[in-house]
Design a protein around this ligand. Structure first.
Ligand SMILES: *[C@@H]1O[C@H](CO)[C@@H](O)[C@H](O)[C@H]1NC(C)=O
Ligand SMILES: *[C@@H]1O[C@H](CO)[C@@H](O)[C@H](O)[C@H]1NC(C)=O
Ligand SMILES: *[C@@H]1O[C@H](CO)[C@@H](O)[C@H](O)[C@H]1NC(C)=O
Ligand SMILES: *[C@@H]1O[C@H](CO)[C@@H](O)[C@H](O)[C@H]1NC(C)=O
Length: 344
């Protein structure tokens, strides 16, 4: 009798619980989704539930953002922005978008560009510009200000981005990652191998001449990566080094992992990109008539990058106005501000 009574109360409690959870979903789908989403928007909902039910019931905001920006073959272009990149007379984000506007056949590429904002200001600026935007939440860390090269916040932001990009791969999306200090002057897709066996194609500071040689110095400011088991493992291995890489940025850690043979161990097919096409301030492209990207690498501060990228945009406009037989005389302006940025 006593036993039956207990059973009865347990059943009632269970039914009430189930009705309660259902009610949350029905009355407020947004909240219901947050309860189960690993990349949730509100922190107050961080409960055991999301750990117990390790799955996404509904498509969450990241899935939606990726789906909207994706090409038909599940590829997106990803750039990360913070407050410092959207402020100023001429912000880095404005220059970045100028590249797509002034480039050869690059305007429609912004349809596939997903801007990942790490603070509220940059998120709002992104929405205002009517781009595809995703707000990346980070517990208790403000990523708003300028992160001077290799400061501890700079490194934290890098690792957060590594974790995020690994998540994108896990969701089945290939992507081109681009820093916002990269001018896209031509469409890169025709120069990138779309062969499914090509796992990673990564830009270099200096190109050795051999696209298959691991002796190239990589630059993680522009690369295309395919989503598969090998690349997901690569990002996991990279992230594992987070707490054992004092003073090293993710790019250095990856370079070391390459040196230690990780690419071969994982069987990754990697191509190192020629600076003739995927260039930067470290090594200008030798030929403006084929150059695709121009990255403000080898540069320390945002102000210097903005100054020298502005000069590069002027150069590009000048090139576009030249007749064919004048282009042989074209050369890029010196990157004066960036050279100076290393002095004190
Ligand atoms: C939850 O999912 C992640 C991958 O999405 C996995 O690494 C982890 O082991 C899972 N945890 C549990 C408890 O199943
Ligand atoms: C992709 O690359 C592999 C390995 O180099 C090659 O065997 C295959 O033919 C390529 N596929 C296409 C469609 O080009
Ligand atoms: C950290 O790195 C050092 C040297 O690079 C290595 O000997 C050590 O085993 C690493 N520790 C962990 C926890 O990975
Ligand atoms: C192009 O070159 C030819 C001779 O090589 C010259 O006559 C002509 O003026 C040039 N065109 C321009 C626009 O400079």
């Amino acid at each position: 009798m006593e036993y039956q009574k207990n059973l009865y109360s347990v059943t009632v409690v269970l039914i009430l619980l189930i009705v309660g959870v259902l009610y949350i979903f029905v009355s407020n789908p947004e909240k219901g989704r947050q309860l189960f989403s690993p990349f949730q928007k509100s922190q107050c909902q961080q409960t055991q539930i999301s750990k117990t039910f390790n799955m996404t019931i509904k498509r969450d905001e990241l899935d939606e953002a990726l789906a909207k920006a994706s090409t038909q073959d599940k590829t997106v272009i990803i750039a990360i922005i913070n407050k410092a990149y959207v402020e100023g007379d001429k912000s880095m984000l404005d220059l970045f978008l100028d590249g797509f506007w002034l480039g050869d056949d690059t305007r429609t590429l912004t349809d596939h560009l997903l801007m990942v904002a790490v603070d509220q200001t940059s998120y709002e600026r992104c929405k205002f510009l009517r781009l595809h935007c995703y707000k990346l939440e980070t517990d208790g860390v403000e990523f708003g200000g300028e992160k001077l090269y290799m400061s501890s916040d700079f490194l934290k932001m890098m690792w957060r981005r590594t974790l995020f990009l690994g998540e994108v791969l896990k969701r089945g999306y290939n992507f081109i990652f681009t820093d916002t200090d990269v001018l896209w002057l031509r469409d890169p897709f025709p120069r990138l191998s779309l062969n499914e066996t090509m796992d990673l194609q990564i830009s270099t500071d200096e190109f050795s001449g051999d696209p298959w040689s691991e002796s190239n110095t990589i630059n993680t400011g522009f690369y295309m990566i395919r989503s598969n088991k090998k690349t997901i493992t690569l990002f996991e291995k990279l992230y594992e080094k987070k707490d054992n890489s004092t003073g090293m940025k993710e790019q250095d850690v990856l370079q070391r992992l390459i040196h230690d043979g990780l690419f071969r161990e994982l069987g990754l097919r990697v191509r190192f990109l020629d600076t003739l096409y995927f260039s930067g301030f470290c090594e200008n492209s030798r030929d403006v008539s084929v150059v695709i990207t121009f990255h403000a690498n080898c540069c320390r501060s945002i102000t210097a990058k903005v100054a020298d990228l502005t000069a590069a945009i002027h150069d590009w406009k000048r090139f576009r106005s030249l007749s064919t037989n004048e282009t042989a005389r074209f050369h890029w302006s010196d990157h004066v501000a960036c050279v100076d940025s290393w002095k004190h």
